[in-house]
Each structure stands twice: as C-alpha cells, then as structure tokens.
Design a protein around this ligand. Structure first.
Ligand code: AMP
Length: 129
C-alpha cells in the first residue's frame, strides 16, 4: 500500500485541497514552492502511462481545475506541471506555482509551518468552483 493510499484512507494526515470520487489533491509535504500540490487518483496505480486513456484524461481534467485554483490563490508567474513518481510509486501530478526555472527542479525546497500549510490548503480550496 502506498503512502498516498494511506492518505486517501485517512490512515495518515494531509493538507487536503480538493477531492471527488476518483481523485484527491493535497499539498506536497516537502514543497518546491508555496502551494506545491499533488493530484492523486484514489485507485493505486504505479505509472501514469499505465492508466487507461480515459483515466489519464480524467486526471488531467481534475488537475486543470486544481491548477486554476492555485493560480488564483498563490502569487506566481504560472503553474508548472510535472510527473515523476520515482519516490512514491502511486500516480501523482505535481502542480507547482513557479517564478523561476529552479522552482521546477526539485532541488531547492521551502519549509512551511503547520499553520502555513493549513492556510494555503484552505485558500486554494476556496478558489475551486
Ligand atoms: P516523486 O515520486 O518523485 O514524484 O515525489 C513524491 C513527492 O511526494 C515528493 O515531492 C514528496 O515530497 C511528496 N510526499 C511524500 N510523502 C508525502 C506525504 N505524506 N504528504 C505529502 N507529500 C508527500
């Protein structure tokens, strides 16, 4: 069972931003930038291109709405998107508010307090339709 499945089942906590029957979005715990969010299918699958085309399209559709909300909630030049999965083998889309290329490089990290995570998650959630 992946760590993200444990988040989905409520076994471990997360700073949740959005949820529907098939997907959940929560803040990355070790963010590249403030507002760095992960969008995760509830059905555990390892690699994104093992998803059906339909599931892939649904993931992108849900990610679109979350990205729009991040763009409104978090000051940034744009929202970058990345899929890696080398650390957690459970499909997830990284949505990252970026200002410079380094924000997409997973090298420089920002540390946030619990209160900052809570505030960011609530602010992004409030911008969802
Ligand atoms: P990767 O699998 O390489 O795409 O990276 C996995 C991402 O998941 C990293 O950015 C981690 O900081 C993030 N991550 C790992 N565990 C948690 C967690 N419990 N809650 C939120 N994000 C996490």
């Amino acid at each position: 069972m992946s760590i993200f499945t444990k988040i989905i089942t409520g076994e471990i906590p997360s700073y949740k931003v959005a949820e529907n029957d098939d997907f959940v979005a929560f803040l990355d715990i070790n963010p590249n930038a403030k507002g760095h969010t992960l969008v995760v299918p509830k059905k555990e699958e390892n690699k994104i291109f093992d998803l059906s085309k339909e599931a892939y399209a649904s993931l992108m559709d849900f990610s679109y709405d979350v990205a729009k909300a991040i763009e409104i909630a978090v000051p940034c030049k744009r929202v970058g998107m990345s899929v890696i999965g080398l650390e957690v083998p459970h499909v997830h889309v990284h949505l990252i508010p970026i200002n410079i290329m380094a924000d997409m490089q997973f090298v420089q990290k920002v540390s946030l307090t619990h209160e900052e995570f809570v505030g960011l998650a609530a602010k992004i959630a409030s911008k969802l339709g």
